[in-house]
Write a protein that binds this ligand. Structure first.
Ligand code: TYD
Ligand code: MG
Length: 466
């Protein structure tokens, strides 16, 4: 007979423990165990299986060649950026999770995707489990989409939602959000680990059995993972993350997992009073505020997925007045910067131990491409020495612990993006340039060690300002 008992589930890895512990014994994270009431005493899965085994299975395996290719399987939206991040459109019948901080614009993006489906004829069911239909209509009106063929439903009971979806059979189903819907059969509260997991798997069954393309939205927790267990990410086909600084108007859509396309692709959007607008040339926008004459600012180019993006790196180096030197970064890994500071100190003899160092990736982008190392080091050096770097120079290169400048990926794309935007001089690792296609009209300066850069720095300055 079924019985209710209490157990503790780790929010980070999903492992179950019979008693509360400060630290998860599986993943080692602290304070992630959450109490939940679950049903126990159900029939053992094994015995259920034993009864159902049949000698003639319904399906037989086929060879790869026997399986026909399917074309026209993707839906296009009017957002080229969105299509690209999805791997060339939304794969029909897939389940996609859109994660992001509260208030970042998930509901807005979903409404715009629904309103801008290219065919414009298919039925879309938008289920809001957070807002009333009036609120959703108000948003659609603001976005100029009040005439879009979208059916609205404000409902939190997932069983009801599934019945509606089966009856309507929409081309696109949007459930906003996974943390506010619930299955009445599960006793824990909406948003709890077991609710989120069971709801997602019920939605997955619907998406696959009825071939309904489904989006679910989800809030992310403080540490950046999608609330609820990590298992959620394994359940769905695609995980998109919508990020950005709420004080900035840029929003970045990133694909973290994609069964139907490459990951690490990003799409850049601008949030204005009439919703999201895609930015097709992010480099131009990110550099628009770069002004020559400021010390400690340099331009570098980072690869985001398959796309090169030029951006401005700003450093501020000041005398340390409070004993322990500050190291602060925004948009760049702090530990990596600390390592680069040690390289500058050891290989160039720059006394970083007595300086506070602040680093900012302008425009709110977060980068983890090591090719930005050289840009970071030059920005720090430039701020320390009060140098203002010329506006037409770009710095590319990974820096090793010996101060050597190591090769970077996708050098051709990086160089051609720089040439396209009118940059004249590019400082790049010698080892990368051997087989590179050098675009016409630009001077490429090959460097092998951070000392080479330091020696030639004067050539690339706009003037010494104080
Ligand atoms: P929303 O889509 O509700 O965020 P989420 O679903 O991720 O919680 O968007 C919330 C923010 O976006 C809100 O602060 C207002 C802003 N916004 C605009 O700036 N312009 C717009 O056209 C819309 C609809 C929202
Ligand atoms: Mg919302």
């Amino acid at each position: 007979m079924a019985r209710l008992t209490t157990q503790f589930i780790c929010q980070s890895c999903g492992s179950v423990s019979p008693k509360w512990m400060g630290k998860c014994s599986d993943c080692g994270e602290w304070n992630t165990l959450i109490e939940e009431v679950v049903e126990t005493g159900k029939k053992k899965v094994d015995s259920i299986h034993q009864n159902r085994i049949s000698a003639t299975p319904a399906q037989k395996p086929s060879t790869l060649a026997e399986i026909p290719r399917k074309e026209g399987e993707r839906m296009q939206t009017a957002f080229a950026e969105f299509n690209r991040v999805m791997g060339g459109g939304i794969m029909k019948g897939s389940l996609i999770l859109l994660g992001g901080d509260p208030g970042i614009g998930k509901s807005t993006l979903m409404m715009q995707v629904a309103g801008f489906l290219e065919s414009g004829k298919e039925t879309i069911l938008y289920v809001s489990a957070e807002e009333s239909v009036h609120q959703v209509r108000g948003r659609a009106e603001r976005l100029g989409l009040e005439k879009a063929p979208v059916l609205l439903l404000a409902e939190t009971n997932l069983n009801e939602i599934l019945v509606h979806a089966r009856n309507i059979r929409p081309a696109l189903l949007i459930i906003d959000s996974i943390q506010t819907v619930y299955l009445p059969d599960i006793s824990s509260a909406p948003g709890s680990v077991s609710q989120v997991r069971e709801c997602t798997s019920a939605i997955m069954t619907l998406a696959k059995s009825e071939h309904i393309t489904t989006f679910i939205t989800g809030h992310v927790t403080k540490d950046g993972s999608i609330a609820g267990p990590r298992v959620l990410e394994h359940l769905v086909d695609t995980v998109l993350q919508f990020e950005g600084d709420r004080n900035h108007h840029f929003r970045i859509l990133r694909s973290l997992k994609n069964r139907f396309g490459s990951t690490n692709e990003i799409g850049v959007f601008d949030m204005n009073s009439r919703g999201l607008k895609e930015i097709l040339n992010p480099s131009e926008i990110f550099l628009s505020e770069f002004s020559q004459g400021i010390t400690g600012s340099v331009i570098s180019v980072t690869m985001e997925g398959t796309r090169p993006i030029l951006l401005e790196l700003q450093a501020l180096v000041t005398n340390c007045n409070y004993g322990f030197p500050q190291r602060n970064t925004n948009g760049f890994d702090q530990r990596r910067m600390t390592m680069l500071l040690a390289v500058l100190e050891k290989r160039l003899g720059v006394p970083m131990g007595t300086q506070d160092v602040f680093l900012n990736v302008a425009s709110g982008l977060k980068i983890d491409d090591p090719a930005a190392d050289l840009g970071v080091c030059t920005a720090i050096l430039a701020s320390f020495r009060e140098w203002s770097v010329a506006r037409d120079v770009v710095f590319i290169g990974e820096i090793g612990l010996g101060g050597e400048i190591r090769s970077v990926s996708a050098i051709d794309q990086r160089l051609s993006e720089c040439a396209k935007l009118g940059f004249k001089r590019i400082v790049a690792p010698k080892s990368s340039l051997k087989e590179a296609d050098l675009p016409a009209g630009i001077e490429v300066i090959a460097v092998t060690h951070i000392q080479d850069v330091f020696r030639q720095m004067e050539d690339w300055l706009a003037g010494i300002s104080m």
